[in-house]
Write a protein that binds this ligand. Sequence first.
Ligand code: R5P
Length: 297
Amino acid sequence: MADNIGNIDAKEYYLGVDGVENKSFHVKGAEHLDWGMKNRLAKIFNEKSGNTVMLAFDHGYIMGPTSGLERLDIVIPPLIEHVDCIMATRGSIRSCISPNIDKAICLRIGYDSSVLYDDMSNGGGVACNIENAIRMNATCLAAQTFIGSSGEKNSLELLAKTVDAGVKYSIPTLGVVAVGKEMERTTKFFQLATRILAENGANIVKSYYCDDFEKVVAACPVPIVIAGGKKLPEAEALTMAYRAISEGARGVDMGRNIFQSEHPEAMCGAIGKVVHENFTDKEAYEFFLDIANSKNE
Ligand code: R5P
């Protein structure tokens, strides 16, 4: 085992240098996967832009009826046409989303401690096994990990089990970097966490935008999508998305900054413009305002 004392800091990221692989398939690190995996990843990541807009509405699985998500059956369906993939729990999808949708489904397969506990990394486990994920026609399995917390071991075991089950049926895994109460939110932390998830088999990693984000992306051998985090003013959320995409994120897995907006559909559309159509943050904000104002008329 490598000695962790006196390591030389990582510094050569070959920024701007294309990977030697990824010539025949548009998803980073997926060149050597089989047909079924690639087919599912291609449903998530648009072939033309190489990117994805994932709509996260899984917050209730630990937080209960989060603001904006009180009524999933009313809030979520109109947003689906604007995104490539929905990310949620099986209970919310089964009960509130029509099976007629033609979008990728990223299924959260674990449970974690509720917000009644001080630290959500306390403990978790499998909430939906692979057979049920297949019944839900999951395109991707999402497993949350708590690197650097007391829940690290449990969550890495969950990730490993998820990856193994997914590989068996050619379903990719999204590894989610959690930032619990005790955890740092530094570039170094996100580099560590994203790389650990990828090396443990995640095909996509969800993390947070941070300083020196391009170094986090460069050192992670699979695509990173960013979470939105707490609600920001729309212009700021679009700037964060724009910066993340400009610095190498392959998409967003965004929740509150969409469904807590006064105009969730307009926000969803504006995010899509940044992710897929090379809009700048300012152009996307103008797009947002145009749609929002037309709804207000
Ligand atoms: C966090 O683990 C949850 O999966 C959320 O879905 C995720 O944080 C994205 O939502 P938001 O953009 O609201 O942070």
